[in-house]
Write a protein that binds this ligand. Structure first.
Ligand code: ZN
Length: 102
């Protein structure tokens, strides 16, 4: 799926930030959590920036391997909403099924 903000990833800024992230965190974070050492090839925003340049530039990053990156992206695209919850444990995304009939 290509988004309108896809060009963010073609900027010199991103090339540099991505390179620095992989240099500081060369291993896949999700695999490491399972005790597996896998070289990271993808740099992912922990919180989806959804085209917000400030979040894209300043948002926290995580290094992932291709397999973890793809499964994460496919999961988000398949369910079509954000699974983040507020302090009460209620989903914050208005597209979440729990919020559709309120
Ligand atoms: Zn991984």
């Amino acid at each position: 799926m290509r988004e309108a903000w896809q060009h963010f990833y073609g900027t010199a800024f991103w090339q540099r930030r991505r390179m620095l992230q992989l240099r500081m965190h060369p291993l896949c974070k999700f695999c490491a959590a399972d005790g597996i050492v896998t070289p990271a090839t993808h740099v992912d925003h922990v919180k989806p920036h959804k085209g917000n340049w400030n979040l894209f530039v300043l948002g926290e990053l995580q290094s992932l391997c291709a397999s973890c990156h793809n499964s994460r992206k496919q999961h988000e695209e398949r369910i079509g909403f954000d699974i983040a919850v507020d302090a009460d444990g209620w989903p914050t995304d208005p597209h979440h099924p729990a919020n559709r009939h309120r």
